[in-house]
Design a protein around this ligand. Structure first.
Ligand code: SD4
Length: 334
C-alpha cells in the first residue's frame, strides 16, 4: 500500500479527523506563532541554494546545477549525495565506506521533503544509493523507516542493484585496524565525512538528504544519528532545515537538527541556532573535547549558518552559480 492510500485509509477510520481538530484548536490558540511563521514565509527566497557538510565539491556542484535547471529540492539533494555514495575514495559514505568491526559495510540514510514527508533506512548492506532507497521508503511504502535485511530486500524489489560495498582499500584498512583493534568511538575527531545536504529550489522549497556508513569499525548493528529524522536531518519548509555530522550518539541525545529548526522558528538565525545546538552538548558533556559535532542550517530566506566543536569543519555552499568551501566557526578556540 502506498503512503497516500495508507493516509487516506487512516483518515477514513477517524485518525485524520482527530488530527484535523487538534490542528484547528492549535491554530486558534497560537495566533502569535502563526504571525511569526507567516513573516518568515513571506521572506521566502527563490534563489536556488545547495549546502552540504564537508568539502564535497562535486556533490554540491551537482545539486546546485540541478537546482539551477529548475529541478525540485529533494531530487537535487539525492542527486548530489549520490555522487559521494558512488565515490570509492570516500570512506564514510556509500560504496568504499569503512566496515563495522566484523568487516560488514552497513549504511544509514534519510531524506526529508518540503511537504514534511520523510524516509529512512538503517544498517543496510549491499546497496550503494541508500538515500534513493530512503526516498523509496517514503514514496512507495506507508512507513518512514526500514532496517537491515528488510530494507535490502525492498531495494531489490524496487530495482536497485546489489553491490559489494567493501572495496579492496577499505578491506586493507580494516585488516590493518584488526591488528590492534581499539574500540574508542569517542576519540573520533578526524574520521567524519558523512554527507548531509540541504537544497532550496526555484520555488523556494527546502528538502534534504543525509547518508553515511557511520563510525568506522563500529559494533555490528550500531546506528548513528544520520538516518534518524530530527537528529541527522530535519526540514520544516515554513522555517528552514538543518543537518548534522559527527558523533551520532551525542547528536541523537539532543535531537540536534530538530532543535536547530525549532530555534530558528523562535527567531534565531541559522548561525545562532547551530551555536546553541552545539552549546547544548558542550554544556552537559564534559568529554566534548574528545569528539566532533558539526551542524549546518538554512532558513527560508536563504541565510546559512554553521557551527562545530573542533576547528577544521568546512561546508560547501552553491549559490548564483558559485560553489565555495566555507570554514565553519567552532567552539574550542584554544
Ligand atoms: C554517525 N554522524 O554515524 C555519523 C558519523 C559521521 O562522518 O558523521 N561521519 O554517527
Amino acid at each position: 500500500m502506498k503512503r497516500r492510500d495508507f493516509i487516506k485509509n487512516a483518515s477514513l477510520t477517524g485518525v485524520g479527523l482527530t488530527v484535523g481538530n487538534s490542528l484547528l484548536n492549535c491554530a486558534e490558540n497560537s495566533s502569535e506563532k502563526t504571525k511569526k511563521e507567516m513573516t518568515i514565509t513571506t521572506n521566502k527566497s527563490k534563489n536556488p541554494i545547495a549546502i552540504c557538510t564537508w568539502g564535497f565539491v562535486n556533490a554540491n556542484a551537482k545539486a546546485g546545477e540541478e537546482l539551477s535547471k529548475g529541478i525540485k529540492a529533494l531530487d537535487a539533494a539525492i542527486a548530489g549525495v549520490s555522487v559521494e555514495e558512488k565515490n570509492l575514495k570516500n570512506t564514510t559514505v556509500g560504496k568504499g565506506g569503512a566496515p563495522d568491526r566484523e568487516g560488514n559495510v552497513t549504511l544509514d540514510a534519510c531524506v526529508m521533503d518540503s511537504n514534511g514527508d520523510c524516509g529512512s533506512v538503517v544498517c543496510v548492506e549491499n546497496i550503494t544509493n541508500v538515500a534513493e532507497l530512503a526516498r523509496r521508503v517514503m514514496t512507495e511504502t506507508p512507513h518512514v523507516m526500514l532496517a537491515g535485511l528488510g530494507a535490502e530486500e525492498f531495494a531489490y524489489r524496487q530495482g536497485l542493484e546489489k553491490d559489494n560495498l567493501l572495496t579492496e582499500a577499505s578491506k586493507k584498512a580494516w585488516k590493518e585496524w584488526l591488528k590492534s583493534p581499539e574500540y574508542k568511538p569517542l576519540i573520533n575527531i578526524e574520521n567524519h565525512d558523512t554527507i548531509g545536504m540541504l537544497c532550496m529550489d526555484t520555488d523556494g522549497d527546502i528538502a534534504g538528504a543525509c547518508t553515511t556508513s557511520g563510525l568506522s569499525y563500529k559494533m555490528k548493528g550500531r546506528v548513528g544519528d544520520s538516518p534518524i529524522i530530527g537528529s541527522g536531518l530535519f526540514i520544516d519548509n515554513a522555517i528552514g532545515g538543518a543537518v548534522a555530522t559527527g558523533m551520532g550518539e551525542e547528536i541523537m541525545k539532543t535531537v540536534g537538527s530538530f532543535l536547530i529548526v525549532e530555534l530558528m522558528r523562535n527567531g534565531m538565525s541559522p548561525q545562532k541556532a547551530c551555536e546553541e545546538a552545539v552549546n547544548r552538548i558542550t554544556n552537559k558533556n564534559d568529554r566534548y573535547k574528545d569528539f566532533q559535532i558539526a551542524y549546518i542550517a538554512m532558513n527560508t530566506s536563504g541565510d546559512v549558518g554553521s557551527y562545530c566543536i573542533h576547528k577544521g569543519f568546512t561546508y560547501m555552499k552553491y549559490q548564483n552559480g558559485v560553489n565555495k568551501n566555507v570554514h565553519s566557526d567552532y567552539f574550542i578556540k584554544s
